[in-house]
Design a binder for this molecule. Structure first.
Ligand code: NAD
Ligand code: TYD
Length: 359
């Protein structure tokens, strides 16, 4: 075994932030296995071009032969598993891909990882880790006065996305329980920051606001999410990877619950400030309430006290300062935006929003 890690889905939003951070702050290497779906973007990693410590492999986590040979060849000390279909609205429109990658893919990856781990020396077996990156959505939805999700909250996934992630969490748990395979699972709240594909709330609203397009808020806009700046998520994953107790799960959150409508209004104000519209009013005028998402979870909130108590981790960014940095990043990366707006992206935007009538 050597000091390298295998990252899956490392060309997506969180995975690419993680890989950039890993290569930038360690002497270790990263083998990055990514299928390059619509959400995978090699441009996120262009600053690593020519860096021999980063190897980007285009391939599927379901491809047992490929995964097995990567593990045997590179002998990583850990796997950090981000690869997934990740957008709730897409899981409602077409759930099949979610079952394939999130459930079947995690199963295939676990099988190959367990076989590799079984072949290691006793000392290497003890230090190897499989870190599974998951979501708070597996816990379902909260009422306004409910306590936040803890690691002991019962699973109650409500969307096909959440159900597929819950299934993958259960598989990871079973591999630890049955074979002692050294797993770690993290369940994190909503992330935002650089490189997020503009189908998710925050980048979508930033781009629409910039172009003075309608800002489509689902339902009454009072659904609440907990928001975490992506760099904080990456630092939490690294903390759990290095010091987490094997077989445990850790909730990760930002202590930043916000109603969607308040997030959108703040984005309007930030874009107005950074790109004033001559002769026109506030971008808040663009807010349009549209038909709700079916089964839309009302509130997510995270109790991340286990991570603080056991491993000393807490978020370092405030939501408002993280959001300001994020708006600035999108303003400064016009060509990245141009390049992700492919035909497939436009097709999705048309499919998701043309059917949502304004309320
Ligand atoms: P993303 O959709 O931006 O990226 C997913 C990446 O996985 C893409 O690069 C894609 O090409 C790759 N991928 C998809 N199917 C694959 C396959 N079969 N084989 C190999 N690669 C494949 O997602 P993200 O927002 O970066 O999320 C990463 C992980 O974090 C996911 O597991 C997600 O469930 C979890 N998570 C996300 C959030 C969030 O707010 N975005 C919050 C908590 C947890
Ligand atoms: P999203 O970014 O898709 O994350 P998730 O559904 O995984 O929490 O959505 C965040 C919230 O924003 C969610 O309550 C749905 C809402 N939303 C809108 O109101 N309008 C939109 O166009 C989108 C994409 C999301």
């Amino acid at each position: 075994m050597n000091d390298a890690i295998l990252v899956t889905g490392g060309a997506g939003f969180i995975g690419s932030n993680f890989v950039l951070n890993w290569i930038g702050s360690t002497t270790s290497s990263a083998i990055n296995l990514d299928l390059m779906t619509y959400a995978g973007n090699p441009e996120n990693l262009s600053s690593l071009d020519g860096d021999r410590r980063h190897l980007l492999v285009r391939g599927d986590i379901c491809d047992a032969k490929l995964v097995g040979s990567l593990l045997r060849e590179h002998q990583p000390r850990a796997i950090v598993h981000f690869a997934a279909e990740s957008h709730v609205d897409r899981s409602i429109a077409s759930p099949g891909a979610f079952m394939q990658t999130n459930v079947q893919g995690t199963f295939a990856l676990l099988e190959q990882a367990k076989a590799y781990w079984s072949s290691l020396s006793q000392a290497d077996k003890e230090s190897f880790r499989f870190l599974h990156v998951s979501t708070d959505e597996v816990y379902g939805t909260l009422g306004p006065l409910d306590p936040p999700f803890s690691e002991a909250t019962a699973y109650a996934p409500n969307s096909p996305y959440a159900a597929s992630k819950a299934a993958s969490d259960h598989l990871v748990r079973a591999y630890h329980h049955t074979w002692g395979f050294p797993t770690l699972t993290t369940n994190c709240s909503n992330n935002y920051g650089p490189f997020q594909f503009p189908e998710k709330l925050i980048p979508l609203m930033i781009l629409n606001a910039l172009e003075s397009k309608a800002l489509p808020v689902y339902g009454d806009g009072m659904n609440v999410r907990d928001w975490l700046f992506v760099e904080d998520h990456c630092s939490a994953i690294r903390t759990v990877l290095e010091s987490g107790r094997v077989g445990e799960t850790y909730n990760i959150g930002g202590n930043s619950e916000r109603a969607n409508i308040d997030v959108v209004k703040t984005i309007c104000d930030l874009v107005d400030e950074m790109r004033p519209r001559a002769g026109k009013g506030s971008r808040r005028e663009l807010i349009t309430y549209v038909q709700d998402r079916p089964g839309h979870d009302r509130r997510y909130a995270i109790d991340a006290s286990k991570l603080l108590r056991e491993l000393g981790w807490k978020p370092s960014s405030e939501f408002e300062s993280g959001l300001r940095k994020t708006v600035r990043w999108y303003l400064d990366h016009a060509s990245w935006i141009e390049n992700v707006r492919t035909g497939a992206y436009l097709e999705w935007m048309n499919k998701n929003y043309s059917e949502r009538v304004a309320l």
